[in-house]
Design a protein around this ligand. Structure first.
Ligand SMILES: Nc1nc2c(ncn2[C@@H]2O[C@H](COP(=O)(O)OP(=O)(O)OP(=O)(O)O)[C@@H](O)[C@H]2O)c(=O)[nH]1
Ligand SMILES: [Mg+2]
Length: 464
């Protein structure tokens, strides 16, 4: 962040828009306390610039002395605040109108409207948070499920950031010793690159590999996945949609071609947020509206992270089922075969036994969407498929973003090269170590270029 920007005192409404019980206007910067002092009248005649008191009751007044809101003012002096600057939070009575009036008054007195994520960016620039924690703060705001919340909390409280610090320390230490070997070539290299040092690097490499391996679970917790329900008409797609949603959201009828548009809702599968998409039954459509629906079904299948291919076991496998299976096989998205209407047939293996369809499925489940039989097992299988077997507990250090996984993979690759060539010249070892450190630095933000930081923080909300 350019210096002149961090000189400004910034202000924003920090609570989400809408009616709430309380609302907060937050200011940060060297004039924050003075600006609020000019617009605040304490009910006990106190001056917020003086003394050590932190919370004050009173009224915010505009330049003509009219009261805008009754408030509690919370003063946090540098460096003991979120941004490490002077921070003042004005807790108003909610309602957007008084909050906007308070913000306006602060802007009129010399504060500047904060950009999205600017409070957190200041915390980062001032060394209060590394980038991995700053990003976790944003995830906390957006977390949709309990598991995502636990994971974001762990990251925000620094589990990942501590792991990164330990790795960085080990590598930096090794680099210092190897550089000494470059500077003093007469020293014996084997003594400098000794077993203990290599051991430490090997352990660090193993931790990196583990973080890369569990990154997909972390990314999933954060981003969720899209599950598309597809199948020919009347097999029970909308019934399955409703059963997973536990709500009669989609219209169900025995008329083939009931669902025309795609319907989307968010569900949670053992903590993993998923966008569940119900689609029109795929067949040669009878009219234009249905044809559009079928096209949308194909698109939904193409965009999905996982496809639930529903078949009706009470009827024999038809050419339509086969044609659709062939189509799905081409798009290469993992498919779970859902054998529906089990309540209408005798025996668990009736209808669509393995090998009937020209399609490799990652799992097959037998259910009845109407009676609910097999639904729990289906949900359990889906969650296991999504998370994989080695999903770490949500409070372990985890990578949550594609860019973190990519950097960690490069760090691990550099270290692996080093470990394979441990007998090489110290110059070469130093190159690998520097690369690994730079890659780790992209996760902590130490080596992240300014324009990428701009992009990351711009995706935060205003007031955070
Ligand atoms: N007996 C039984 N009937 C089911 C089951 N699932 C769905 N049905 C019935 O099958 C018919 C079609 O169900 P829908 O859920 O509308 O099927 P769909 O695949 O969404 O159909 P389209 O939207 O037309 O493609 C309805 O009459 C449902 O009550 C089941 O597990 N058992
Ligand atoms: Mg339907």
């Amino acid at each position: 962040m350019p210096d002149e920007l961090s000189e400004d005192t910034i202000a924003a409404i920090s609570t989400p828009p809408g009616e709430g019980g309380v609302g907060i206007v937050r200011l940060s910067g060297k004039n924050a306390i003075e600006i609020v002092a000019g617009m605040f009248a304490s009910s006990r005649g106190k001056d917020i610039c003086k003394g050590r008191q932190r919370v004050f009751h009173g009224h915010i007044r505009d330049s003509r002395g009219r009261s805008l809101d009754e408030v509690l003012v919370h003063v946090m002096r540098a460096p003991h605040s979120y941004t490490t600057e002077d921070v003042v939070e004005i807790n108003g009575h909610g309602g957007m109108a008084p909050l906007r009036a308070i913000l306006d008054e602060a802007l009129a007195r010399g504060a500047r409207l904060a950009r999205p994520g600017e409070f957190t960016r200041r915390a980062f620039v001032n060394g209060r948070l590394d980038l991995s924690r700053a990003e976790a703060v944003m995830d906390l705001v957006h977390a949709q499920t309990r598991a995502a919340l636990n994971a974001a909390n762990a990251a925000a409280s620094g589990a990942l950031s501590r792991a990164l610090r330990e790795m960085t320390d080990t590598l930096a230490d090794a680099l210092a010793r190897i550089e000494a070997a470059v500077d003093f070539p007469e020293e014996d290299l084997p003594e400098l690159v000794d077993a203990a040092l290599l051991d430490g690097l090997r352990r660090t490499h193993a931790r990196m590999a583990e973080l890369v391996q569990t990154a997909d679970a972390g990314i999933l917790y954060r981003e969720g996945i899209s599950l598309a329900i597809v199948g020919k008409p009347n097999v029970g797609k909308s019934s399955l949609f409703n059963a997973l949603l536990r709500d009669a959201r989609a219209i169900v009828s025995d008329l083939p071609g009931t669902t025309r548009d795609r319907l989307e809702e968010t569900i949670t599968l053992e903590g993993v947020p998923a966008r569940l998409v119900d689609t029109a039954g795929v067949r040669n459509a009878e009219n234009e509206v249905e044809a559009i629906g079928v096209e949308r079904a194909r698109n939904a299948a193409q965009q999905a992270g996982l496809i639930l291919f529903v078949v009706d076991v009470s009827r024999p496998c038809s050419p339509e089922d086969v044609a659709l299976a062939e189509e799905l096989a081409k798009i290469r998205t993992p498919v779970v075969l859902v054998r529906n209407k089990m309540d209408l047939v005798e025996g668990a293996d009736a209808g669509f036994p393995n090998g009937t369809l020209p399609l490799q499925c990652v799992a097959a489940c037998s259910i009845s969407a109407t009676t609910g039989a097999g639904m729990r097992e289906l949900e359990r299988r889906l969650a296991a498929l999504l998370l994989g077997d080695d999903a770490p507990p949500a409070d372990a250090p985890m990578l949550f973003r594609v860019h973190q996984k990519d950097s960690m993979r490069r760090a691990a690759a550099s270290l692996e090269r080093l470990l394979e060539n441990a007998a090489a010249s110290p110059e070469l070892l130093a190159v690998d170590l520097r690369e690994a450190l730079a890659a780790l630095g992209e996760i902590t933000g130490e080596t992240t270029p300014e324009n990428i930081l701009d992009r990351i923080f711009a995706s935060f909300c205003i007031g955070k």
